[in-house]
Design a protein around this ligand. Structure first.
Ligand code: APR
Length: 238
């Protein structure tokens, strides 16, 4: 076993206050492409750049085009939690992991059994009316055709944070609380490119920050332990 993985295993064995902060790289081994890897969503050719499509102003102006992208690229049938999701849920049950803080919108941490999941960017498994905010089941939004409409006439939208939109401040405050008080902070499967999410890790005050990511990130210098391997592989060993 790689000595860094062994060290991470020891940190976890000796702690009851581990916090996980993750991104799209946690779900790639479940078959969901990430955003910025070579084959990631933002490197695929679309009429508009995906970062533009996933923005508030684009949704307002071109909702049909948004939903074409949403149903083709964000909704992936039959995805299952992978070894990383499952091990995190197990660590929570063992009383070691306090919270999963995720930028992902796929609901796979909850599907794996994690209870305390802070979804910084929301979830495509929840929908609401963009005009009257009435909640709706996700099926028509994710599986239907055409524009899903509310009884008030408004367009139903996913409960995700689009570019140009603010994060839920209660979720941010809770994430800061867990990170600030964490003994061990494990960051996994994220390029740490997007703020304010990436900035939250600056609240960590401990000396056991582990970064498990296939590629380098702007925070590599900041980590106490770096493992550039597949997160499912690593988590199957800890
Ligand atoms: N194991 C470990 N790391 C992985 C794996 C894997 N199996 N697969 C991919 N990665 C790494 C990639 O090397 C990359 O650095 O995960 C990272 C994913 O980075 P991004 O694609 O930028 O995804 P993320 O960091 O979650 O993006 C943040 O950007 O567009 C917004 O809202 C969107 O939540 C998203 C945010």
């Amino acid at each position: 076993m790689n000595e860094n993985i062994l060290k991470l295993k020891e940190w976890i064995a000796n702690s009851d206050n581990v916090v996980f902060f993750g991104g799209a790289g946690v779900s790639t081994e479940s078959g969901i492409p990430d955003f910025r890897s070579v084959d990631g969503l933002y490197n695929q050719k679309w009429k508009y750049p995906p970062e533009t499509i996933l923005s508030h102003s684009f949704f307002e102006r071109y909702p049909e085009e948004y939903y074409r992208f949403h149903r083709e690229k964000l909704v992936i049938d039959g995805v299952q939690p992978n070894r990383a999701h499952l091990r995190l849920a197990e660590l929570e049950r063992e009383g070691k992991l306090r919270a999963v803080i995720t930028q992902n919108i796929d609901g796979l941490h909850q599907a794996a059994g994690s209870k305390n999941v802070l979804e910084l960017h929301g979830s495509i498994l929840r929908a609401y009316c963009s005009r009257c905010r009435r909640p709706y089941p996700q099926e028509e939004m994710n599986k239907g055709t055409g524009l899903p409409r509310c009884s008030c006439g408004g367009i139903i939208r996913p409960d995700i944070v689009l570019y140009e939109e603010p994060l839920d401040q209660d979720i941010v405050s809770s994430a800061v609380h867990y990170i600030r008080n964490a003994d061990v902070l494990i960051i996994g499967g994220t390029s740490l490119n997007v703020y304010p999410a990436a900035g939250l890790i600056n609240y960590y005050r401990g000396n056991k920050l582990a970064l498990v990511n296939l590629s380098e990130t702007p925070y590599d210098h900041y980590a106490d332990l770096i493992i550039h391997e597949k997160i499912g592989e690593v988590f199957s060993q800890i």
